[in-house]
Design a protein around this ligand. Structure first.
Ligand SMILES: NC(=O)c1ccc[n+]([C@@H]2O[C@H](COP(=O)([O-])OP(=O)(O)OC[C@H]3O[C@@H](n4cnc5c(N)ncnc54)[C@H](OP(=O)(O)O)[C@@H]3O)[C@@H](O)[C@H]2O)c1
Length: 234
């Protein structure tokens, strides 16, 4: 089955691994990020199955336009990955209100708006006739354990987790699998060597798990998946 997938917030790390894996599995994949040159280069590399849609996810009109473009070029959305995050690494006394709000706009608000657009396709107006789909949210350690000195990032990540859980309960009966992935560690950075690679999560290995979430049987859906490198203590 050919699915249309949207990765909202693609960069050279995990976002690219997810996009490559989904294309390898036969999906048509729309690549959303602000940096046009990057998404256009990746789309050119991936071929006809990929579509570059330069988008600032904090701009509601741009998000509407992006989903209209995806539908026009690739048809209704079957899979959405809400992947982008934002947030200054500042503590409570230093973070500005604008920085705090921006983290929330990128994570929770854009996650809500992209999901609303995808749900229009997955559920439509008639739940009985819903085709269903998959919505995956990318989380972090800070989604479940607030990080000191990262007030905006941590609170926005908690908000995303709450949104995902609420959405899973609301739309499971309509056949929409909503999952939240806690990435509990650093993702191996693209394009540079690290002295201790075993301490990082391999982005291609994470992407394997994302694809598994898409393929899961509806009798045994994951709501939350947490992933970490084997050397980390549990
Ligand atoms: N890296 C880690 O070690 C790590 C660890 C745990 C969890 N995570 C989570 O993993 C996700 C990111 O994965 P990654 O770090 O490997 O990054 P990535 O997939 O390489 O890149 C994510 C991309 O999101 C895009 N983005 C950010 N703000 C955006 C906006 N307003 N509109 C549109 N696109 C936007 C950025 O591209 P543009 O600048 O071009 O817009 C960025 O390159 C995040 O949810 C993060 O919290 C990361």
């Amino acid at each position: 089955m050919t699915r249309t997938a949207v990765v909202a917030g693609v960069g050279p790390g995990l976002g690219e691994s997810i996009a490559r894996r989904f294309v390898a599995e036969g999906c048509r994949v729309a690549l959303l990020a602000r940096t046009a040159s990057y998404v256009e280069g990746l789309a050119a590399d991936l071929g006809e199955a990929a579509l570059a849609v330069p988008t600032d996810l904090t701009d509601p009109d741009a998000v509407d336009d992006a989903f209209a473009t995806v539908r026009r070029e690739f048809g209704p959305v079957d899979v959405l990955v809400n992947h982008a995050s934002g947030g200054s690494w500042k503590g409570v006394r230093d973070v500005s209100l604008a920085e705090f709000e921006h983290a929330w706009q990128v994570g929770a608000r854009a996650g809500l708006q992209c999901s609303q657009a995808a749900l229009d396709d997955m559920v439509g107006d008639d739940e009985e006739a819903a085709t269903g789909g998959t919505i995956i949210f990318t989380g972090a350690t800070s989604s479940v354990r607030g990080r000191g000195g990262a007030a905006a990032f941590s609170s926005a990540k908690f908000a995303v987790r709450g949104l995902a859980e609420s959405m899973a309960r609301e739309f499971g009966p309509a056949g929409v699998h909503v999952a939240h992935v806690v990435i509990d560690g650093g993702i191996r950075p693209p394009g540079r060597d690290v002295s201790n690679p075993e301490e990082y999560l391999d982005p291609d290995a994470i992407a394997d798990s994302y694809w598994h979430l898409v393929e899961q049987d509806e009798s045994a859906w994951t709501l939350e998946l947490d992933l970490r490198p084997h050397v980390e203590a549990f």
